[in-house]
Design a protein around this ligand. Structure first.
Ligand code: APR
Length: 232
């Protein structure tokens, strides 16, 4: 059986009602990245950063996985170990849709960790009325478990191995502008994978994509998954 590797970005959650980053009216149109998504921004104003992530965490509790998330869950159930999902999203919707073979390379809104002793917490168990939550073990401030600009994404070794061994690499709802994720398609292609993408606009790394479908993930992905399953 062919090995499928999927990479998702904010576009796959757009139809659930989560804002993307770079579309008009996206998150980065109203917030300065360096203020809310950089280690320097957090050092300067942890309260502002926590307010931003508290809002985004609250937003995830109000939304549901959409047909695109559910299609990926169906694909994993059928392919088992021949399926892996890398997501840049921190909203947890893939997990809620039922995916298990998943690397959340930019972290997760549902988790936080201590800047002093690294103890991890579920955000749902924190006192979010306090401006900046503190560690119950060492008293230092907690930070969101989200990878910021200038930080190294999680699971890069595991991801590299998957990119080099997959047969089909499918990219869903990402602008292809933020590295290293934007460069994954080059590695997959160099190592022989067939590359497919669905996006509402042409991504920046279009040159490396063999099959491109312009449109919404929630509309185009479910029939694509059904075609893959028919061919098994
Ligand atoms: N279906 C498919 N594509 C969509 C949809 C949809 N329903 N809605 C929007 N898109 C596309 C947009 O056209 C855009 O190209 O999804 C892409 C989203 O791009 P970005 O907002 O740049 O999001 P993403 O690529 O995930 O950003 C990568 O940047 O700021 C960081 O850490 C953040 O993980 C994020 C990273």
């Amino acid at each position: 059986m062919k090995k499928y590797l999927i990479l998702t970005g904010a576009g796959i959650s757009a139809e659930s009602g989560i804002q993307t980053f770079r579309d008009s009216g996206g998150l980065w149109a109203n917030h300065r990245v360096e203020d809310v998504a950089s280690p320097q921004g957090f050092q300067k104003n942890p309260k502002l950063v926590w307010n931003f992530y508290k809002e985004r965490f609250a937003e995830t509790l109000k939304v549901e996985p959409n047909p695109a998330h559910l299609a990926l869950s169906k694909l994993e159930k059928a392919l088992q170990d021949d399926f892996y999902l890398i997501t840049q999203n921190v909203d947890g919707l893939h997990t809620r849709a039922g995916n298990k073979r998943i690397y959340e390379m930019h972290g997760r809104l549902s988790s936080a960790f201590c800047t002093g002793c690294s103890k991890r917490y579920q955000v749902s168990e924190l006192d979010l009325d306090s401006d900046v939550p503190l560690c119950s073990k060492c008293g230092k401030i907690l930070r969101p478990d989200v990878v910021w600009f200038e930080e190294i994404p999680y699971y890069l070794y595991e991801i590299e191995a998957l990119l080099k061994s997959c047969d089909v690499f499918v990219i869903l709802g990402t602008s292809g502008t933020v590295y290293p994720a934007a460069g994954f398609v080059m590695t997959a292609k160099l190592f022989g994978a067939h590359t497919i993408a669905i996006n509402l606009s042409k991504p920046d790394n279009l040159n490396f994509i063999d099959e491109f479908y312009l449109g919404k993930c929630g509309e185009l992905l479910p029939p694509m998954v059904d075609r893959i399953l028919e061919e098994l």
